[in-house]
Write a protein that binds this ligand. Structure first.
Ligand SMILES: [Mg+2]
Ligand SMILES: [Zn+2]
Length: 239
């Protein structure tokens, strides 16, 4: 599947460096963001946060603080974020996971089936854009957080006002250029299902395919691999 990798501070919420205090959590464009995240997930995207939290190494917050903050952020976003990965190290620790290094994304790639070429990285710093480029994803710089100052240091595919605008652009580009991916809604054994047609993924999962009922038609599909953000993938579409 595809993935939208998101920076956290300055992109999803206000950047209060090293903080991770729940009472200071302020989400950028909150109400529209919940709506836009739900919309984009229906196109078959994972939403995964990739964040540097050097304040942990520097003693400003603990890993538990970061996890609690992320949980609260996700609760406020209607649990639309599939996962959070963060680097607790400072720059001087010279680890493999601090952006723009790709250690955190490699962890995500082990856990989820993601095609990085169909994926995006959205962030407010040049290191976010660099991280996205390092995995071959398309990149969007937002002008919230540090975005305006970072504009001169980075070369993103798109520059937008904020995360909401970024998600709208991804939606537009995805629906215009990926004609082989469609969303299907259906019902199987009384359970409401949501899935996508994705011919590129069919081969990978062909062993798990079986006949399922979608709106009273028998179609070839499979369910349910819980590592996927949809209930099933249909692989029978003829173009
Ligand atoms: Mg940031
Ligand atoms: Zn690290």
């Amino acid at each position: 599947m595809r993935c939208i990798f998101l920076d956290r501070d300055g992109t999803i919420c206000l950047d209060k460096t090293y903080n991770n205090k729940i009472e200071d959590l302020e989400i950028i464009g909150w109400n529209r963001l919940i709506y836009n995240l739900h919309r984009i997930k229906r196109l078959g995207f994972y939403i995964i946060v990739i964040s540097n939290q050097g304040g942990v190494s520097l003693g400003y917050s603990t890993e538990q603080d970061v996890i609690k903050f992320n949980d609260e952020l996700n609760r406020k976003l209607n649990y639309t974020i599939d996962d959070f990965f963060f680097c607790p190290h400072a720059k001087t620790d010279n680890c493999d996971c601090r952006k723009p290094k790709t250690g955190l994304i490699e962890l995500a790639l082990k856990k989820y089936k993601i095609n990085t070429e169909l994926s995006w990285f959205i962030g407010d710093k040049a290191i976010d854009i660099e991280t996205g480029k390092n995995i071959g994803a398309k990149t969007i710089l937002v002008l919230t957080g540090h975005g305006r100052n970072e504009l001169k240091n980075s070369d993103p595919d798109f520059v937008v006002e904020d995360i909401n605008q970024a998600l709208l652009i991804i939606e537009k580009i995805t629906t215009e250029t990926n004609k082989d991916i469609e969303i299907i809604y259906g019902r199987s054994n009384g359970i409401k299902l949501q899935g996508v047609i994705d011919n590129r993924l069919k081969g990978k999962y062909s062993k798990m395919f079986e006949k399922i009922k979608i709106d009273s038609n028998d179609v070839e599909g499979f369910f349910i691999d819980h590592s996927l953000p949809v209930d099933f993938i249909i692989g029978t579409r003829e173009n």
